[in-house]
Design a binder for this molecule. Structure first.
Ligand code: FES
Length: 120
């Protein structure tokens, strides 16, 4: 088991290791997509670039390595961004959904997150 902390939503949710991050977020009924992705997404095929998340904490190997699809699609994005549909969960991590439209109180949310221990 692993714990994924969602900074924006202020929740920690347990999941199975090896689980696909997009599938997990959708199953937990959290909002993965911004407006563009809600209007249309590729269903996890790595084609639409709408399932962005940023990785804000965890260990170096908390998530699977970048896929070749991500290397292409994320080349002009921040280094800590991933496509949720291409990402498998190896161990606990801290994630921001929809980093393309960060909440106005992001620094406050990050500080709150940093002050809580993440269960492994
Ligand atoms: S859902 Fe389309 S790239 Fe991830």
């Amino acid at each position: 088991m692993a714990t994924i902390r969602f900074i924006r939503e202020g929740v920690d949710i347990q999941c199975k290791t090896g689980e696909n991050l997009r599938d997990f977020v959708i199953r937990e009924k959290l909002q993965l997509y911004g407006l563009k992705g809600m209007l249309g997404n590729c269903g996890g095929a790595g084609q639409c670039s709408t399932c962005f998340v940023s990785i804000e904490g965890g260990s170096k190997n908390s998530l699977s390595p970048l896929t070749s699809v991500e290397e292409e699609k994320l080349k002009n994005r921040p280094k800590n961004w991933r496509l949720a549909c291409q990402t498998l969960i190896n161990s606990s991590a801290v994630i921001l959904t929809k980093p393309q439209s960060p909440p106005s109180n992001l620094e406050e949310l990050k500080e709150k997150s940093n002050n809580k221990k993440l269960s492994r």
